[in-house]
Design a protein. Structure first.
Ligand code: CP
Ligand code: NVA
Length: 308
């Protein structure tokens, strides 16, 4: 695997299988209550410029469970916020830490940090991508359905970091993906182009549309995310207007396969992008997704920081 994990685009299918294999093993060890500490003495620095519940806690707990430690770095406490360059920050952090997790706005900041850091940099979400989330989501689907090739995922809602990451992750693993988003909120164009090429190689399908009902037809999975991502709070009203017919509710899920599973990266805004009756239904696997964040990320940490 490369030094860093910034995007699923740079991972081979073998890299992803290796992460999943380690996640399976680490999950089994955890469930048996065994202690396994391959990262003893290693410290992960975790820079957050945005809020987080799952990413922060699962990475921090993951590091402790693997025998290492983690330092939460609120970006406003770093000299970076007062003008220290990203390059200098990366060089300094490389002298103290064994890895950096970063959640920020501009994806370019993560790329720049990785370029200048001698240690692994992991993308914990940018405005563009959220690779750790989608890797654990693919793992969750595999765990549930056994096979992922040919599985159809229908993403309904904002063409944001989650949609963009699915566009790379799904075709790479041979899954079909349909995305329905309103005009003006469709996924990143360059990523769509890349996704189409990956799909061509892997004989899968990528569709971008505006009709949520057509999107979920024959879907095995319906996935959604918030209408107002972090940093977009000022657009709340216009977004509500644009997204009101994109809610994942009972009426919509009826149009998919009877066996359809419902996914959401969380946090959810119940009554907005998804109704409570859907997210609390038997079809929902949102808390499996949450649980697997821990195991999959431990797999990533073990590989990147442990030098496997
Ligand atoms: N899904 C996810 O990344 O959640 P947090 O924002 O709570 O980390
Ligand atoms: N699209 C959401 C994902 C949160 C995990 C956001 O960026 O706020």
């Amino acid at each position: 695997m490369n030094k860093d994990l910034l995007t699923i685009y740079n991972l081979t299918r073998d890299d992803i299988e290796e992460i999943f294999e380690r996640a399976d093993h680490l999950k089994m060890i955890r469930e048996k209550g065994r202690v396994y500490q391959p990262l003893k003495g290693k410290i992960l620095g975790m820079i957050f410029k945005k809020a987080s519940t799952r990413t922060r806690i699962s990475f921090e707990v993951g590091m402790y469970q693997l025998g290492g430690g983690a330092i939460y770095l609120n970006s406003s406490d770093l000299q970076w916020e007062r003008g220290e360059s990203i390059a200098d920050t990366a060089k300094v952090l490389s002298q103290y830490l064994d890895g950096i997790l970063i959640r920020t706005f501009a994806h370019e900041e993560v790329e720049r940090l990785a370029e200048y850091a001698d240690i692994p940099v992991i993308n914990g979400l940018t405005d563009l991508l959220h690779p750790c989330q989608i890797l654990s989501d693919i793992y969750t689907i595999k765990e549930r359905l056994g096979e992922i090739k040919g599985v159809k995922i229908a993403y309904v809602g904002d063409g944001n970091n989650i949609a963009n990451t699915w566009l790379i992750g799904a075709p790479k693993m041979g899954m079909d993906i349909s995305i329905a988003s309103p005009k003006g909120y469709q996924p990143n164009k360059e990523i769509v182009e890349k996704a189409i090429l990956i799909a061509r190689d892997n004989k899968s399908r990528v569709e971008i549309m505006k009709d949520p009902f057509r999107c979920v037809k024959d879907a095995d999975i319906i996935y959604t995310d918030v209408w107002v991502s972090m940093g977009k709070e000022g657009e709340r009203e216009e977004r509500w207007e644009a997204f009101k017919s994109f809610q994942v509710n009972l009426d919509l899920i009826k149009r998919a396969k009877d066996s359809v599973l419902i996914m959401h990266c969380l946090p959810a805004h119940r009554g907005e992008e998804i109704t409570s009756e859907v997210i609390d239904s038997e079809r929902s696997i949102v808390f499996d997704q949450t649980r697997n964040r821990l195991h999959v990320q431990k797999g990533i940490l073990e590989i990147l920081l442990g030098g496997r």
